[in-house]
Design a protein around this ligand. Structure first.
Ligand SMILES: Nc1ncnc2c1ncn2[C@@H]1O[C@H](COP(=O)(O)OP(=O)(O)O)[C@@H](O)[C@H]1O
Ligand SMILES: O=P(O)(O)OC[C@H]1O[C@](O)(COP(=O)(O)O)[C@@H](O)[C@@H]1O
Ligand SMILES: [Mg+2]
Length: 482
């Protein structure tokens, strides 16, 4: 076996007129130089699909990343449009696919698994699909299970993942050895930012070994922290389920004098669930997210706002994303500073519990008012639900787009909607940064105006933040266009 070090190839950038840039994804033919045979897409004979007008996408179709433009704006970055091609690079009985799920749970994982199995079977006549159990380490440390449409028929009605998942355990060469030994030639990897980084190095190793194996990533994150794509599957389901906890917090708080309902929601680095759940509910008086630092004491602080709100309304609901205010918690427990999970993610401390204590201490110290605080932590209950109807449809489209891409010989890509159109996105664009709530954007302003909470920023700090975010955006644009 060749053990020369892995080097990532340069990104595939194709430029055109008027500032058009295609950030393309790799194709098997980029590194397998023997003539790879192509075959007509079996979908053309499929009774369900054959009548569809223009079912196949044009090979040159691309999707624009930026759709708000001015008369003279450059056309900017584009991604290859996802969808079925007229020619495929695999024959049906040649395909031996596998599916793995990694990282934290998320509503919809089972739907994606189901739709990959059924899509491969029904659209492309593929019968050999293996489920890798227990995340990346399952490639070399666990048994596999054979997945058929019958086995997966009902799984979309269940939360979790029938394959199991794990953090850590990514051993690239053992994983690729296992892929090679089993004769797998399509690898479907469902997972978040960490998983997509893992998928990227698996792809690099496969390319280095010159294997005819397509690697397709399906982005999973309940936190919605994956960039470029419009949103991640399971996010809508999570926001919907969070409403139940917020409603409970509201009922509890308004039933007593000076009631405070405090709800913690997931969101390690990105406060999207908290922000959307707040906006959807309209019962929330304060939403705290990691992107927007807050402070407790003094003028404009959280305590002042709580006192004001209780005086005014007699009760209040606070939503806090789990990653918010972590700087305060680490201040107090220096010894836990560097605790990480098996994947290297920083382990967070319970901001909801900490905040409850702080609010209670403050109110009892001040002897100003007796409060009645109920802390609700529904985080794992939310993560474990099955996906809702709209996420189910979304998961189906993701699975189909991934299958069409792999069958067409594309590899080293993540699939996802960009401005509503599914596209193939190179791994590095998905893993180079995290999607975060931009607190100088209108959506956060809507959230603040719906709760009427303080922004916790002075006008000067806000201007600085805006300048910082604008220069960050320009930097990303530069990277994309070069
Ligand atoms: N930089 C990386 N390179 C290779 N594998 C990684 C990397 N980061 C994470 N992984 C692997 O990806 C899997 C999931 O990562 P994790 O961060 O736990 O969840 P998520 O993918 O949901 O963000 C783990 O098995 C982990 O070992
Ligand atoms: O208890 P676990 O499995 O480590 O998960 C907790 C974390 O998982 C998340 O849901 C995100 O997980 P991923 O990074 O796997 O998408 C966070 O919101 C949360 O901090
Ligand atoms: Mg992650």
């Amino acid at each position: 076996m060749d053990n020369s070090p892995m080097t990532a190839p340069d990104p595939k950038i194709i430029t055109g007129d008027f500032g058009y840039v295609l950030e393309d994804v790799p194709h098997l033919s980029d590194y397998i130089h023997d003539d790879l045979p192509t075959h007509p897409n079996p979908l053309q004979d499929n009774p369900a699909y054959s009548v569809v007008k223009q079912y196949f996408v044009n090979v040159d179709d691309t999707v624009a990343q930026k759709i708000v433009v001015h008369k003279d704006s450059p056309r900017g970055t584009h991604f290859r449009r996802a969808g079925p091609r007229q020619k495929v690079y695999f024959e049906s009985d040649e395909v031996h696919a596998c599916i793995v799920t990694c990282g934290g749970l998320c509503p919809g994982l089972n739907t994606v698994i189901r739709e990959i199995v059924c899509g491969l079977h029904h659209m492309y006549g593929v019968t050999r699909v293996l489920g890798i159990e227990g995340g990346y380490r399952g490639f070399y440390a666990r048994n596999t299970i054979s997945l058929t449409p019958k086995v997966v028929n009902d799984i979309h009605k269940r939360g979790g993942t029938i394959l199991g998942t794990s953090r850590g355990g990514h051993d690239t060469s053992k994983i690729v050895d296992s892929i090679q030994d089993r004769g797998i030639n399509q690898v479907y990897i469902i997972g978040g930012d960490g998983t997509q980084k893992g998928a990227s190095v698996i792809f690099e190793e496969i390319r280095r070994r010159g294997l005819k194996v397509a690697v397709a990533g399906i982005p999973k994150t309940i936190d919605n922290d994956i960039p470029v794509i419009d949103k991640s599957f399971g996010f809508d389901s999570a926001v919907e389920e969070a409403q139940r906890a917020i409603r409970a917090a509201h009922v509890e708080s308004e039933s007593v004098e000076n009631g405070i309902g405090l709800v913690k929601l997931m969101g390690r680095h990105s406060g999207f669930i908290a922000m959307y759940a707040t906006l959807a509910s309209r019962d929330v008086d304060c939403c705290l997210i990691p992107e927007s630092p807050f402070y407790l004491e003094g003028h404009g602080g959280l305590f002042e706002y709580i006192e004001h709100r209780l005086k005014e309304n007699g009760h209040m609901v606070i939503v806090v994303a789990e990653g918010a205010g972590q700087e305060y918690l680490y201040e107090n427990t220096r010894n836990l500073d560097h605790k990480q999970d098996a994947s290297g993610n920083k382990q967070l401390q319970d901001v909801g519990f900490w905040l409850s204590q702080k609010i209670k201490d403050h109110c009892s110290k001040q002897q100003k008012m007796t409060i009645n605080l109920k802390y609700i932590d529904p985080t794992y209950m939310i993560r474990a639900i099955p996906s809702n109807a709209s996420d189910n449809v979304y998961c189906t489209l993701l699975a189909h787009s991934a299958i069409h891409g792999a069958m067409a010989g594309y590899t080293g890509f993540t699939v996802g909607p960009v401005n509503g159109r599914h596209a193939y996105i190179p791994f590095h664009r998905i893993t180079e940064r995290q999607n975060k709530v931009v607190i100088t954007d209108r959506m956060w302003a809507r959230c603040l105006s719906s709760t009427n909470q303080p922004s916790f920023f002075s006008p000067k700090q806000l201007l600085e933040k805006k300048a910082e975010e604008e220069s960050g955006e320009n930097h990303m644009e530069d990277l994309a266009i070069k």
